[in-house]
Design a protein around this ligand. Structure first.
Ligand code: SF4
Length: 238
């Protein structure tokens, strides 16, 4: 497949067009990762209208807000979704014994590596699926502004981003139009929802960019799941 050509074709495409293409071209060879945020819910709703039983993987870092877990469980049941939960290899007790308490404060990059990035990387190898759909968008952060509909990661997996051309406004308009449920934390002032420690996720009352409440006051901008997808590396990988 010529990724450049496909990206050119999807340069201004709507999410459904990219999704339909991916589901058709990779039957039973694609999956989605989601933390059940607003963009994820939109994407899951779109997938549900195209196919059923599509595999969705949720990384349970052990630090999610109870509201997130409750929402994920509720929507899984109500929408009859095929959701699989991934957990870190190392238990929280072992992690604490080895690295002390509050690793997310002391070394958030390492905490994300152990609790998010490595479990997903291991799963990908284990199940052998090479095509991964996620709900990331260019307008979410400076770090994502060059993202394309299709990219490759360091392990040569294909990353598919159907919502890449959409804005946050479009996501919320879709949610309103289809009356979709959302994580209740959005009503409390969160605009991007990750793990509960306040150093990882805080309210973003100034609407200073959707992800401004993530690792606020630190130089960290990403958990690491998408950091090997820079445009430069993608160009190299093409
Ligand atoms: S977001 Fe925070 S708590 Fe969650 S894995 Fe990363 S550093 Fe750890």
């Amino acid at each position: 497949m010529d990724i450049k050509e496909v990206n050119e074709k999807f340069r201004h495409s709507e999410p459904e067009e990219i999704l339909e293409w991916a589901i058709k071209i990779f039957p039973y060879q694609a999956a989605m990762t989601s933390s059940f945020q607003a963009s994820g819910i939109v994407l899951i709703h779109m997938i549900k209208r195209i196919t059923f039983d599509f595999p969705i993987f949720f990384i349970d870092t052990g630090f999610h807000f109870p509201e997130t877990l409750e929402f994920k469980n509720r929507i899984t049941k109500e929408w009859n979704l095929n959701v699989h939960t991934i957990i870190p290899m190392m238990s929280k007790r072992k992690l604490e014994q080895k690295h002390g308490r509050f690793l997310y404060e002391k070394d958030p990059d390492f905490c994300c590596l152990v609790n998010k990035v490595t479990p997903l990387r291991n799963l990908k190898k284990e199940i052998g699926v090479r095509n991964w759909i996620s709900a990331i968008r260019k307008d979410q952060a400076e770090t994502r502004k060059n993202f394309m509909p299709l990219m490759r990661d360091n392990e040569r997996n294909l990353r598919i981003h159907p919502l890449v051309n959409w804005t946050g406004q479009k996501v919320w308009a879709y949610i309103r139009e289809h009356n979709l449920p959302c994580n209740p934390l959005y009503d409390q002032g969160y605009t991007s929802i990750g793990c509960f420690p306040s150093c990882c996720t805080s309210k973003n009352e100034h609407e200073n960019g959707e992800r401004a409440g993530r690792w606020s006051g630190r130089s960290k901008l990403e958990c690491g799941l998408h950091t090997d997808l820079t445009a430069e590396k993608t160009k190299e990988a093409l």
